[in-house]
Design a protein around this ligand. Structure first.
Ligand code: MN9
Length: 307
């Protein structure tokens, strides 16, 4: 199912209220923060969205709210990976029903599944959704990676449309581009190498740190696609200095803290993920201020976008 996605897709956090429940109002506020910055859509209930820490009912509410919040301003991709094919297929059908532009799933986890099991899993999920499906490859968390050769077996799944590639092996990313042609969508997954991923053939990026510096990623994308590669890498090197400070400890635990620095309160992480301690937050904020983040960084990116 060829379906081309291009651009910058924040892997949005799932906002939580004081009682620890999904907060739809905050999701609308987050969308209102991101959309004017020029993002092309979003990815919900993935790693950053803490999807595996929500139950099926909550995940459906997040997907529905995200589609409403982004409306026609962007494509919403719903991560539907869950422990069992039954829940995943249910979430996949729901995502299509509420108007998601695509779905994505990690491969099945924990049990020692064969590649054959994995293909059958994706076949069932794709069929339940009937919309473009993106495999989510994140070897650092799953102990399973996909090569271009592995993906050859996915061709028989009609909804298979691309990959979210959270892997530093950009050689394999390029092999995928060569094998699957221009209609296949490759999302770069590590924010630290977004410009590199684009240079090796990615069409788009999905990332956690896009939540709190969307301007910088939109600027990388604009510079790269307008042929100014040097500028794209200049923005990339700058934003990496911020990432280095922001992800000390655990990237998932700090994303909501970083969003708070940008004035968007999405609550705390979902247990067992824990927010950094107050002194750690203070130290992070101090180090970012020393570098001139957010003000100077945002200003430079915004000015570049006006050109
Ligand atoms: O796949 C994200 N991975 C996780 C996307 O959240 C585990 C990335 O956006 C990273 O969080 C980011 C920071 O390391 O590159």
């Amino acid at each position: 199912m060829p379906s081309k996605f291009k651009g910058v897709f924040p892997a949005v956090v799932t906002p939580i209220d004081a009682r620890g429940r999904f907060n739809p109002d905050a999701m609308h506020k987050l969308a209102q923060f991101l959309i004017p910055k020029g993002v092309h859509g979003c990815y919900v209930t993935g790693s950053t969205g803490e999807g595996l820490l929500l139950n099926v009912k909550e995940r459906k509410a997040v997907a529905k709210t995200a589609v409403e919040a982004f409306g026609k301003k962007g494509k919403v991709i719903v991560h539907i990976g869950a422990m069992g094919t039954r829940d995943t297929a249910d979430l996949a059908a729901h995502a299509a029903e509420v108007g998601a532009a695509g779905i994505s799933s990690i491969p099945p986890i924990y049990f020692p599944h064969t590649m054959g099991d994995i293909i059958e899993y994706y076949r069932a999920v794709g069929k339940a959704a009937g919309i473009p499906m993106f495999v989510y490859s994140i070897p650092a968390l799953l102990n399973r990676s996909f090569t271009a050769d592995d993906l050859a077996r996915f061709r028989e799944i009609p909804e298979f449309a691309g990959i979210k590639f959270t892997d530093y092996n950009l050689y394999e990313l390029r092999n995928m581009r060569d094998d699957f042609g221009p209609d296949f969508t490759i999302f770069n997954g590590y924010d630290q190498v977004f410009a590199c991923g684009l240079a090796m053939g990615a069409d788009a990026g999905i990332g956690s740190t896009y939540n709190f510096m969307p301007e910088m990623f939109v600027a990388v994308y604009k510079a790269f696609t307008s042929g100014d590669t040097a500028k794209a890498f200049d923005f990339q090197h700058k934003l990496n200095r911020i990432i280095r400070i922001a992800i000390r400890g655990n990237a998932l635990a700090t994303t909501k803290v970083m969003l708070r620095f940008r004035g968007v309160d999405c609550g705390k992480p979902i247990p067992p993920i824990r927010e950094p301690l107050p002194n750690e937050i203070e130290e992070t904020e101090g180090d970012l201020k020393k570098l001139g983040f957010p003000d100077e960084y945002v200003k430079e990116a915004v000015e570049y976008m006006k050109k």
